[in-house]
Design a protein around this ligand. Structure first.
Ligand SMILES: Nc1ncnc2c1ncn2[C@@H]1O[C@H](COP(=O)(O)OP(=O)(O)OP(=O)(O)O)[C@@H](O)[C@H]1O
Ligand SMILES: [Mg+2]
Length: 234
């Protein structure tokens, strides 16, 4: 295993959104390496480029300029289908607004990523049930998102993110819609996933949530202005 090479390596990443009459320079040269097993918190003011950067490292979007390597593979050169495939295998996403399908039960939401990669039905249900247990949602499998609390919905989203056993979890303000008690519970799940070897990259506006990371990176105006390592709060 190539444990010594970074799982993520960004070299001078720029992203400019072209809106016709104006151009928004969202990222102005981001260079960064993230090691296997890191728990990285990303902070910074609204509009500083955090989500833009996360979308690029998650292969949801491409940089305007610069190079990006995921597990030493040059991502910038892949086409859309190849990007979707690498994303499905290597990365799990968690968002602030949960992004669950509304008319679909918890267990079905968790099974979705495995439908995309053609896992057979029996295996799908087995793995989905494992993921549901891991996030502590036994007994809620057949509830719709509207029948679950915010924290429970985020647990479903985390189960969906981990069901394909990705090595990297990207979370964009995962506790942004949750109260502090529920946030702490959700962060406990991320901490356990990290202890079990997942690399976690999480955007947050909250200092106490950022403390779960072993590294805090601060964005400002499309640049990284601070990158500090620390003992994670575990
Ligand atoms: N699809 C888009 N088209 C045009 N401009 C965009 C687009 N997405 C983001 N931007 C702009 O790029 C800049 C960075 O946005 P981004 O969403 O990355 O910020 P952020 O740090 O995640 O902010 P927040 O904390 O509010 O989520 C902002 O000026 C934003 O208006
Ligand atoms: Mg954002």
């Amino acid at each position: 295993m190539s444990n010594n090479s970074p799982v993520i390596e960004a070299r001078d990443i720029h992203k400019t959104y072209d809106l016709g009459d104006i151009q928004v320079k969202a990222l102005k040269g981001i260079s960064l390496e993230i090691e296997n097993g890191d728990f990285v918190s990303i902070m910074g003011a609204s509009g500083s480029g955090k989500s833009t950067f996360m979308n690029i490292i998650g292969c949801l979007d491409k940089p305007t300029r610069g190079e990006y390597f995921l597990d030493s593979n040059q991502v910038s050169s892949l086409d859309t289908d190849e990007l979707a495939e690498i994303r499905n295998i290597k990365i799990g996403f968690v968002f602030q607004s949960f992004n669950l399908l509304a008319r679909t039960t918890a267990i079905e939401n968790v099974e979705l990523p495995m439908i995309y990669n053609n896992t057979e039905a029996k295996k799908r249900s087995e793995l989905a049930n494992q993921a549901i247990s891991m996030v502590g949602l036994n007994g809620r499998e057949h509830h719709l998102p509207s029948q679950l609390s915010g924290g429970q919905q985020q647990r479903v989203a985390i189960a969906r993110a981990i069901v394909n056993n990705p090595s990297i979890i990207l979370a964009d303000e995962p506790t942004g819609n949750l109260d502090s008690q529920t946030s702490a519970e959700i962060m406990g799940i991320f901490r356990d996933l990290n202890k079990n070897g997942k690399t976690i990259i999480m955007i947050t506006h909250e200092q106490d949530i950022a403390q779960y990371g072993n590294r805090i990176i601060t964005f400002k105006d499309g640049y990284i202005v601070e990158d500090k390592r620390q003992q994670s709060q575990n």
